[in-house]
Design a protein around this ligand. Structure first.
Ligand SMILES: [Zn+2]
Length: 247
């Protein structure tokens, strides 16, 4: 039985009984944990904010025989402005779901934690298009997980790529079609450039890069497909994001 504090971002909440929820928290100190939060479905609940996705705070947790329970939370940033923009909110949901899908329980990942917070800040307070922030997040999250890509040139012949290219993330980069890239799965030069730009970009410069959603969405689809095959799960919020952006 132990009481401790953890810096954490709430990733999702599931219903538990009449008044409680089970929170999935990404903690800096312990990685992913599930924690019960009591009474938060009541209208007057004091800790209602702490079960909202995106809530970043210092959570007070109690570790008992039945698992963790949230007993308090000092909010640091609720990223509340994301709620005012459905597209940015949906892009943020993909970031949260990536963390929930890729992290192991009780296994800290400080680099991903910092990346998530800086990308949520960029999404919430920065002027960059949400597709740029999401591309940047996914490319760098994969790098943190050990998947480093080089999109600067063809991985076989080393030539710069100007035509349609085949992205082969398992091999760590892009092929030109004359080197044997898969013609049927080739993507447009603009979609390829969005991957290249975002893999080389600095986070505070994302607003200076103009990609266009159509090409960015193709690049995002390639990354999400790879993540889904590695993690063996579907990133459902990505479909939602694409739907919302298409409206
Ligand atoms: Zn080549």
């Amino acid at each position: 039985m132990e009481q401790f504090k953890a810096n954490a971002v709430a990733l999702k909440a599931a219903s538990l009984g009449e008044n409680d929820r089970v929170l999935t928290l990404f903690t800096y100190e312990r990685g992913l944990i599930s924690a019960r939060i009591k009474g938060v479905k009541k209208a007057q609940a004091k800790l209602k904010f702490a079960q909202e996705p995106f809530c970043f705070g210092e959570y007070m947790l109690y570790e008992g025989r039945g698992g963790y329970t949230v007993t308090g939370c000092v909010p640091i940033d609720l990223f509340y402005d994301l709620r005012a923009d459905i597209e940015r909110y949906a892009a943020g949901c993909v970031m949260l779901e990536y963390c929930a899908a890729s992290l192991q329980e009780e296994s800290p990942d400080p680099a991903l934690f910092k990346l998530l917070l800086s990308c949520l800040s960029a999404l919430c307070y920065g002027g960059a298009p949400d597709e740029n922030a999401l591309l940047y997040f996914l490319i760098n999250a994969l790098a943190v997980a050990g998947y480093r890509f080089d999109f600067s040139r063809c991985i076989a012949c080393g030539r710069r790529l100007e035509q349609k290219v085949y992205i082969d993330l398992e091999q760590g980069g892009a092929w030109c079609l004359s080197c044997g890239g898969d013609v049927k799965k080739a993507i447009s030069p603009a979609a390829y450039k969005s991957l290249k730009f975002m893999s080389e970009a600095e986070l505070d410069r994302l607003s200076t890069i103009s990609v266009g959603f159509k090409d960015a969405s193709i690049a995002l689809g390639v990354l999400i497909g790879f993540i889904e095959s590695v993690a063996g799960v579907k990133i459902k919020s990505f479909g939602e994001y694409i739907k919302i952006k298409g409206k």
